[in-house]
Design a binder for this molecule. Structure first.
Ligand SMILES: *Cc1c(COP(=O)(O)O)cnc(C)c1O
Length: 463
């Protein structure tokens, strides 16, 4: 392949990268010693590095490349849109066709009365919009004290100071003065590591009821909204017990608290429906979208809000917006992405074919001595690594030590899986085939074997 970007030896690229490029969520010193992996091109479910390795990307980039890599249709739409209208904004009573069409399309696809879209450049920006939107909504309704947003520990809602505050990642809160005021976190419904002696069902109910306790403690006149991912993604693909969501929904309805479903990962087919809210039977007032909205071909996100919220916000000027809200090129590319998902029936491919197939193979990993539980919803899955599955034991090492080893063994076997603590997670492109799933599982099994061998040698596990 004649590559546009790479005419250089890997070592040289790594040195130049370390000299000037600051990486997100990375220890820069460690990376400087090791050298970053240079990805040069990608196609379908595979990415290729500067050493010519073909790697199965079971994370779809960062959970976003839903239609797979290298679809030329999107490149062509982007080029055409750039030539026609490279940029214009929708501030101050202007608009353009890509924004009109994308908002209309999203209103059609979104469930219930979620019919209005505020665009952003990313999921983080969209969740920042949501913070201001729900507080302003209650202020306009004469309840300016309803400013608290309740979220969950170990949630991920983005990395800006607002969205990072909504998130419940303690490692993030430790840096840079988060969370901002009036954001509270309740426990996550992670039965494997936090359920203790309870049954999953009882634990799910107890976690949901923490929301009610928090509302009562703070006072209902203080609480604006609850935000959650239908399935926690970056927290480790944590699937709540079946009892959880019906109880959360009951509590939100009962107290009149707005429910924000962060669909940034779950949206656009990931769970086997257009939105995770449909799969889990949730009725949100606002949905956050990004990632799969454009399959990562362009940066774009947004908030889809209900008729009721829009009608209240419309009473006043909403003093909020980003230069790249409803960017015409990003909007045109997102529309083309949605067209492909629809025309090629990619969600049908997920729900009828590959999600059931992946589920069976993924759950089969539980037979491995190192794997305690396997969780999966649609095309997002996780396995918990443990030295003793009978008692759901953690490793003696710091959390994440074993997960990191396993991730390295995956990479060595040409498979990209991510680790969150000692959980391994996947979220492959939705267009993955059954034979590619077989390859994924073969490589995962090999990586697990090699990880276990290392653990036994290091005394972290005995057989
Ligand atoms: C990735 C993610 C975000 C943040 O989106 P960015 O585009 O990275 O800002 C928000 N919420 C969830 C659930 C995510 O997974």
């Amino acid at each position: 392949m004649n590559l546009l970007s790479n005419k250089f030896p890997t070592k040289e690229l790594q040195m130049r990268d370390a000299a000037h490029h600051m990486h997100p969520f990375t220890s820069q010193a460690e990376l400087g010693e090791k050298g970053a992996r240079v990805i040069t091109h990608a196609n379908g479910v595979f990415v290729y590095d500067s050493e010519g390795e073909e790697i199965l990307d079971a994370m779809a980039g960062l959970w976003c490349v839903n239609i797979g890599y290298g679809r030329h249709e999107l490149a062509e739409v982007a080029a055409r849109q750039m030539k026609e209208l490279s940029y214009y904004n929708t501030f101050f009573q202007t608009t353009h066709v890509p924004a009109i069409e994308l908002a209309e399309k999203l209103a059609e696809l979104a469930p219930y009365d979620l019919n209005h879209v505020f665009f952003a450049g990313s999921g983080s920006e969209a969740n920042d919009t949501n913070i201001r939107l729900v507080r302003h909504y209650w202020a306009l309704k004469g309840k300016p004290n309803k400013s608290v947003i309740i979220s969950r520990k170990n949630a991920y809602h983005g990395s800006s100071i607002g969205s990072g505050s909504l998130g419940g990642m303690s490692a993030m809160h430790d840096q840079g003065g988060m969370p901002i005021p009036d954001i509270y976190h309740i426990n996550q419904p992670n039965w494997w590591s936090e359920g203790g002696e309870m049954s999953p069902e009882d634990f799910g109910l107890a976690c949901a009821q923490e929301l009610e306790e928090k509302i009562k403690f703070l006072g209902v006149d203080r609480v604006a909204a609850f935000i959650a991912e239908p399935v926690q993604g970056a927290g480790g693909v944590i699937v709540a017990p079946d009892t959880y969501w019906p109880e959360v929904q009951r509590i939100c309805d009962n107290y009149g608290i707005l429910l924000i479903a962060d669909e940034v990962i779950c949206g656009f087919g990931r769970t086997g429906n257009w939105f995770g809210s449909q799969t889990l039977n949730i009725k949100p007032d606002i949905m956050t979208i990004a990632k799969g909205l454009s399959s990562g071909y362009q940066p774009i996100g947004g908030s889809i809000v209900s008729d009721e919220i829009e009608s209240v916000i419309a009473q006043d000027e909403f003093n909020h917006g980003y230069t790249y809200s409803s960017h015409p090129v990003a909007a045109a590319v997102a529309l083309e992405n949605l067209r492909i998902i629809e025309d090629e029936n990619i969600i049908g491919h997920v729900s009828n074919n590959v999600a059931p197939y992946l589920k069976e193979s993924w759950q089969g990993l539980c037979e491995h001595p190192l794997v305690g539980e396997a969780k999966i919803v649609g095309m997002m899955g996780s396995i918990a690594l443990t030295p003793n599955k009978e008692i759901r034991a953690p490793f003696k090492s710091d959390a994440g030590t074993v997960g990191y080893i396993c991730r390295e063994r995956c990479f060595a076997n040409k498979l990209i899986m991510r680790h969150v603590g000692d959980r391994m997670i996947i979220s492959p492109p939705l267009v993955i085939t059954e034979s590619e799933i077989d390859l994924l599982i073969r490589r995962a099994n090999k990586a697990l074997d090699e990880t276990m061998e290392k653990l036994v040698n290091q005394g972290l596990m005995s057989l």
